[in-house]
Every structure is written in structure tokens, then in C-alpha cells.
Design a protein around this ligand. Structure first.
Ligand SMILES: [Zn+2]
Length: 271
């Protein structure tokens, strides 16, 4: 599932490669991924010139002269800049551009392509629920978010309404880098531990962001991400030695999800 490094990379690539292109036509093969009727979506965005792209959490936000075009890849998918002659086999939407290129969009399972009118982005119900981007917070803002929170550190970081962009792939290394057990209660964290957690969010996401995201996702030009399996510290490494102390990494159940951690570096006894 794409998380902040992948989504921010796609937004960066779209900003670089799609800016100034004009949408000349739209084909929709999965109307359920839209938030408005097909005709309204096409009428609204055909003729729109792209001004740039950014992201908020797992949403890619494309700024056009006719309003906002929003993508959420859900469990994963591809956004590919191609031509009609090189269309991928799987596509749920195609945006043709006036220069002869097109953006082919595929969702592996289900995703969204939404439209929001100019000036109405903050009324989009799914975006409005998101907390700030995980890498855009200051340490002071991060402290403020944690005040009065009663949840565990893992469930807090995964709740997109608190902080947007962290999911089940990067959470393990973030908590390992912070030397925190996933089930530590936020109310038990010292100031030093909160600072480490803040730094760990950056240390856990930025290397992948710098490499265009994880190896299992594809970029706008069809290349795989350069953040590889061997770049992961403890996530999905059950039984392998901790890179810090060599204790075997364990996999435990935390609520409905699994956690990978080093039982020595991330003790639970401060619960
Ligand atoms: Zn360890």
C-alpha cells in the first residue's frame, strides 16, 4: 500500500512532468471511483490546464485551471505518463493531454479520482478529516498533537486524522528508530522519547522519499522505487538479527495488525 514516500514521490513527479499540460479528453472505465457523475467529471476537467501537484496524506492533489483533481490509489496502483500507443493493459481512467501524451490510472483494488471546484478543496469530506502531513510538522506542533492523547503510540501514528501519511509498511522502522514498543501509551512518553519519535518519523520516511519510494511501487515514468527490501531495518524481518543489538526480531500481534520489533531495543515494560 503506498504511504507518504510513494505518494509524495508521485506528486513530485506529476508536478515536474504534468505541469502546463492541458487535459483534452477523459475516459472512465470505473465510474465508482469518481465522486461526481461521469459527465460532470468530464465536463469539469476537459480543457483544464495543470498548474502543479502536491499531496496530503495518501491523496495526490492536482491543481488545474478548472478546479482540483484528486487521486487516492487505495491499496496501490499506477499513475503512468504514456502515449496512446504505449497504454498499459490495466487502466481505470485515461486523461489525454493536448500534446499527445496521456495519464493512465490503474487501481490494484479500488481507488478514487475525485473532483473539487476551485475554492472548495477544504470541503472535500475525506481530505478534511486528515491531520497534517507527517513530514511537515515542527517538533512543537508534534508535541501539541500528543497532549491529552490516551492511545498507544502505534495506533496514534496510523490514525490519519492525527498525522497523515504513515501506514503499515513504514511504522515498524519508525518505532524501532525511536526505540519504542508499539503498545507504549502516549501518556507514558518522556519529552526525550517524544523528540526521538519525531526524529524517527523523519529518519523512517525520508530515505525512501529520497529514493522515489518502495521497490514494489512504480513511478510516473514506469520505473520501480529504489527503496529496497534491504533498506528496511526491522519491518518484515522476523527472526533476523536487530541491526542495533543482534537480538532476533520478533513479530507480534498488536490489535488487528502485526508489528515487527526488537524486544531488547523496544521493551514493553514501561506500559
Ligand atoms: Zn535491538
Amino acid at each position: 500500500m503506498p504511504e507518504l514516500p510513494e505518494i509524495a514521490s508521485r506528486a513530485r513527479e506529476m508536478n515536474q512532468h504534468l505541469s502546463a499540460k492541458t487535459i483534452s479528453g477523459i475516459e472512465i472505465f470505473q465510474p465508482k471511483s469518481l465522486n461526481v457523475p461521469v459527465d460532470e467529471f468530464k465536463t469539469a476537467l476537459t480543457g483544464a490546464a495543470i498548474r502543479g501537484a502536491a499531496h496530503h496524506g495518501k491523496w495526490i492533489i492536482v491543481d488545474t485551471t478548472r478546479g482540483w483533481l484528486l487521486f487516492n490509489l487505495g491499496m496501490g496502483g499506477e499513475l503512468l505518463l504514456v502515449t496512446r500507443a504505449s497504454l498499459p493493459e490495466k487502466r481505470r481512467l485515461i486523461f489525454d493531454f493536448s500534446d499527445g501524451t496521456c495519464l493512465a490510472v490503474n487501481f490494484w483494488w479500488f481507488g478514487y479520482a475525485h473532483f473539487a471546484r476551485t475554492g472548495e478543496l477544504d470541503r472535500h469530506p475525506m481530505l478534511a478529516r486528515l491531520g497534517p502531513n507527517a513530514l511537515d510538522l515542527s517538533l512543537e506542533q508534534f508535541y501539541a498533537l500528543l497532549v491529552g492523547q490516551r492511545s498507544t503510540v502505534k495506533s496514534f501514528l496510523l490514525d490519519q486524522s492525527h498525522i497523515a501519511g504513515i501506514g503499515n509498511a513504514y511504522i515498524h522502522d519508525i518505532l524501532f528508530l525511536a526505540r519504542l514498543h508499539p503498545q507504549r501509551l502516549l501518556s507514558s512518553l518522556s519529552s526525550a522519547e517524544i523528540s526521538s519519535l519525531y526524529n524517527a518519523i523523519h529518519q523512517g520516511l525520508e530515505p525512501s522519499l529520497a529514493k522515489g519510494g518502495a521497490f514494489y511501487e512504480t513511478d510516473l515514468l514506469g520505473q520501480k522505487g529504489r527503496f529496497l527490501l534491504q533498506d528496511i531495518l526491522v519491518g518484515y524481518r522476523e527472526g533476523q538479527p536487530c541491526p542495533n543489538c543482534s537480538t532476533p526480531i520478533v513479530k507480534i500481534k498488536t490489535g488487528s495488525t502485526s508489528s515487527f520489533l526488537c524486544p531488547t531495543c523496544q521493551p514493553k515494560d514501561l506500559l
